[in-house]
Write a new protein. Structure first.
Lengths: 330, 279
């Protein structure tokens, strides 16, 4: 439309010409605005690309020096300039595993409570409370973990675990050693509290999306609430729940501050869950500003690159799952 | 038959009890965290916290300089990140709603939304701090801006998608060019939603610590110089909480309380605004 008026105006009267001028101005402004928005959209892609490129270039010296061995070497010695990522990778995986083992069942059970059992008056307040809690900064959980939770564990749970599993052959090494309070188990437990709101709120949303007709049909043939949950709602919500769990896992893997406070920052791998350890993000947060020497800094950036790669894959799977769900629903 | 029935009932009872138990434990745990925060925060909170500088260990002081530093960096980050986010969201919802690039940007943006923030810190260290040769408040603001962008992109796109297409069609039928339809019709209809997104972004960055650790670093003194290291509330909390000094630990609790209140107030405001927008 605009184009036609613009072309016709070129051969018309003075009034037509001034109108054509205005139209062409509008036209060019529209084009500029469009280009601007497209640039901003591309900028989002550039941020991601930039993160990958800059981390890779920063990590290059370390990766050149240590090669693939960086991934499976445990030594982390700034004095002799020997660095390996195995201990932080191990710590990241162990703490995230503890967190998911606790947060997934508890989160699903809370979602079950909210969708099936909760009195309607309480549903909204509890739902809102959980969503607000998801927004509380991780440093708050960190300071709580350091001053309150870790000393509490040191006095109660950890001695109990050591006594309980002491006589059992394999488990005794998992729960060996003095109760420090801080350590892998504490970090895993705090991560569990942090990812709980994410898993709960996504699971609740996908549970709610189950068509009532399906549930009513199941109740109609005499299923118990649990059977409706297990054989109707869960299969229907499977993809969404997996997406939510992966999203929570992505958070747990990359979570920095809450872990940094309570992990103890020890670059070694101990069989015991009660021992101090480190994670990728905690190692970076603790050591980066103090790192002297290019190789030290570069090794920490290489850790960051590994973390970014792992979380990217996990989050991509999560988003893909949730996207599939959205398509099926919409 | 009745045995089977009893077993099914028993199993149902056990799982329903577990479900209620999980809710009580989960919510109770979160209540414990907040309770401890309120208790320790309020006992350390005083007017001094807002009026005095961070003290050396062993003497009294406050958190004035990190509070101001946080406000400056947050403001700057929003000023940088919001326009980029709104424009990108506009492209995805308006010009390129069905374009392939919008799909890709949407996917990548969702990943950036939950990417570990410490990686953003490393990125900004590489591209800003290293070339400049020193830590600075500007680098901290850039790091926070990168976290603002995906939040704003997401909400802007979602809110523009909610604007009824009839509004756009009516404006277009009057001969209004696309850019003006967006600016005067779509933005106006989605305004509350877009502001919600900005509030959520501010809530998100006001507690971010990891990206600031090696971009803005810290500063014991009052500084509004963007070219110099700048103190921020989360970093000071981290430093003070990890220290062995009781005064510093108390200030860390007070700071944690301030941040939590700020974040909760922002999220509640955002929620209230969003629910008004839907009606």
């Amino acid at each position: 439309m605009v184009d036609i008026a613009f072309q016709a105006g070129a051969v018309g009267t003075a009034e037509d010409i001034s109108r054509a001028k205005i139209l062409s101005r509008l036209h060019s402004r529209d084009a500029i605005f469009r280009a601007l928005t497209l640039t901003a959209a591309i900028a989002v892609l550039l941020i991601l690309g930039g993160v990958f490129v800059s981390l890779a270039s920063g990590a290059a010296p370390a990766l050149r020096t240590f090669g693939l061995g960086f991934l499976y070497t445990e030594v982390w010695n700034p004095v002799t300039d020997q660095f390996g990522a195995l201990a932080p990778i191990y710590g990241t995986i162990v703490t995230s595993t503890i967190a998911m083992l606790i947060a997934v069942p508890v989160g699903l059970l809370i979602a079950l409570f909210l969708t099936e059992l909760c009195p309607p008056i309480l549903r909204r307040p509890i739902g809102i409370a959980i969503e607000l809690l998801a927004g509380i900064p991780s440093i708050i959980f960190g300071i709580w973990g350091l001053f309150i939770f870790a000393p509490f564990l040191q006095r109660t749970l950890q001695p109990a675990l050591i006594d309980l599993f002491g006589p059992i052959p394999v488990l005794s090494s998992l729960f060996a050693g003095p109760p420090y309070g801080i350590g892998m188990l504490t970090a895993g437990l705090i991560l569990a509290i942090m990812v709980l709101p994410f898993i709960t709120s996504i699971s609740r949303d996908v549970f709610d999306a189950t068509p009532p007709v399906l549930k009513e049909a199941a109740y109609g043939i005499g299923c118990t609430t649990w059977e409706v949950m297990r054989f109707v709602v869960l299969p229907h919500a499977r993809v969404g729940v997996i997406g939510g769990v992966m999203l929570g896992l992505g958070r747990a893997l990359g979570e920095t501050m809450a872990v940094t406070f309570v992990i103890g920052n020890a670059h070694r791998i101990s069989a015991s869950l009660l021992a101090p350890g480190t994670t990728i993000s905690a190692a970076i947060a603790n050591e980066f500003t103090e790192a002297v020497g290019d190789l030290y800094t570069s090794s920490l950036i290489a850790l960051g690159l590994i973390l970014f790669f792992i979380t990217f894959v996990v989050l991509a799977i999560a988003r893909y799952m949730l996207l599939r769900l959205e398509r099926r629903l919409g | 038959m009745s045995k089977l029935y009893a077993r099914r009932r028993a199993r149902n009872f056990i799982l329903m009890s577990l479900s209620i138990g999980a809710t009580v434990v989960g919510l109770g745990w979160l209540v414990l965290v907040l309770g401890a925060l309120l208790w320790n925060g309020f006992t350390s909170l005083s007017l001094q916290v807002f009026t005095e500088m961070t003290p050396p260990p062993g003497s009294a002081g406050g958190l004035l300089n990190p509070i101001v530093g946080s406000l400056i960096m947050t403001g700057l980050a929003v000023a940088i990140g919001t326009p980029v986010g709104i424009l990108a969201g506009t492209y995805m919802a308006e010009y390129g709603r069905y374009a392939k690039i919008s799909m890709v940007v949407r996917f990548i943006n969702d990943i950036l939304l939950s990417a570990p923030s410490i990686v953003v810190g490393l990125f900004v260290y590489e591209v800003v701090v290293r070339p400049m040769g020193h830590f600075s408040g500007l680098a901290g603001a850039v790091a926070l801006a990168i976290i603002v962008v995906p939040v704003v992109v997401r909400t802007t796109e979602d809110m523009l998608m909610l604007v009824p297409k009839e509004l756009r069609e009516a404006a277009t039928a009057l001969g209004v060019p696309r850019a003006y339809v967006i600016a005067h019709v779509a933005y106006r209809a989605a305004r509350a939603g877009i502001i919600t997104g900005i509030l959520l972004a501010v809530a998100r960055i006001s507690g971010e610590t990891a990206p600031l650790l090696f971009t803005s670093l810290n500063n014991q003194f009052f500084s509004a110089d963007l070219n110099a290291p700048m103190p921020s509330l989360p970093v000071v909390i981290f430093q003070f909480a990890m220290s062995p000094y009781q005064d510093w630990q108390n200030l860390a609790w007070a700071g944690a309380l301030i941040i939590t209140f700020a974040v909760l107030a922002l999220s509640i405001a955002a929620r209230a605004l969003a629910s008004r927008n839907i009606q």
